[in-house]
Design a protein around this ligand. Structure first.
Ligand code: KMH
Ligand code: ZN
Length: 313
């Protein structure tokens, strides 16, 4: 596994996502203004990368609208030099061709790329709210009973090809051990070349469970497949966020936090902002491992990102 020479930690903040709905937390940013503000505050708190989804500005429903992505990116860029990483996972119920459109549109430094198809069950969250603010919320969560988050080999060839064509570096999202083998196949096919930046996504209902042993196992498999040719960041869904990201930091890897993955700051206490979670992981990284947040320059060098001036926003 590759790490930064300084030993610093790359903190990514995923500010809104497509998992949670507005009634689950009043602090979830949904409008382009709120999403941009949270990105800027997360960067000020120590995040080098902000992972961005967009939502309908009236209802907060996850969408893939390129104009909204552009609005968010432009607003962030006016105030901050942070690395903007739009999602190509988008709303998980939308087609891959629609989800990838953001890459030619924004020509971003980074984007996400999901390394396999999985069930993506959000419906267990239906039990946590009695009165929904919007009708789409329970319908959306209920619909995930039959959701396949589609990322076939054919899709991956197209997505990785588009990403490479635009000089964008993908964060390769692996939700289970098999996704690492999918990625290895993509490397063999020449659809992507090392060094790779991999992100383990653990604890999604449909992917690998978020245990300490599973993280060690996935890293062992990644080490076998990719040796020193990959860097690693870790996501823990829901209450697994801080246990898994601190384990990752102890293992020398990088960490992603943010309200996309977890709405809470600690047990029973909602995070009041994305920045609060970034502050918490920055404090933990220092106290448990003596690691400081990586600077933007060192992350850009380490991941081999294009010049931010070459983006289209
Ligand atoms: N929502 C996370 C579980 C993406 O946006 O492409 C994974 C993710 C994927 O952030
Ligand atoms: Zn995402």
């Amino acid at each position: 596994m590759r790490t930064l020479e300084s030993g610093n930690v790359i903190v990514t903040c995923a500010v809104t996502g497509a998992i949670h709905t507005p009634s689950l937390s009043p602090h979830l940013p949904t409008t382009p203004e709120e999403i941009a503000e949270d990105c800027i505050a997360a960067a000020e708190a120590g995040a080098a990368v902000v992972h961005v989804h967009v939502r309908d500005r009236e209802t907060g429903e996850p969408v893939n609208d390129p104009e909204l992505f552009e609005e968010v990116a432009t607003r962030v860029r006016e105030e901050s030099d942070v690395i903007i990483q739009p999602t190509t996972g988008g709303a998980p119920d939308s087609a891959p061709e629609e989800r990838i459109e953001v890459v030619p549109e924004l020509e971003p430094e980074m984007c996400s790329c999901n390394m396999g198809s999985i069930n993506f069950g959000l419906y267990p969250m239906l039990a946590s709210v009695e009165e929904w603010e919007y009708d789409w919320e329970p319908e959306y969560l209920e619909s995930t009973t039959d959701l396949i988050f589609r990322n076939t080999f054919g899709d991956l060839e197209v997505m990785l090809g588009t990403i490479e064509e635009h000089g964008t570096v993908p964060s390769l999202e692996c939700y289970d051990v098999g996704h690492l083998y999918n990625l290895s196949h993509c490397v063999e096919q020449g659809w992507i070349s090392p060094p790779l930046h991999i992100e383990f996504v653990m604890g999604i209902h449909g992917g690998i469970g978020a245990s300490a042993e599973n993280l060690v196992h996935m890293k062992r498999v990644a080490d076998d497949l990719f040796g020193e040719e990959y860097s690693l960041s870790v996501i823990g869904a829901g209450r697994n966020q801080f246990p898994l990201t601190t384990q990752a930091i102890s293992m020398g890897a990088q960490a992603r936090v943010g309200l996309e993955d977890n709405l809470y700051l600690e047990r029973g206490r909602l995070a009041e902002s994305n920045a609060e979670q970034v502050e918490k992981i920055v404090d933990l990284a220092w106290s448990i491992a003596g690691r400081e947040p990586a600077s933007l320059g060192e992350v850009r060098d380490f991941l081999g990102l294009k010049d931010p001036a070459e983006t289209a926003f």
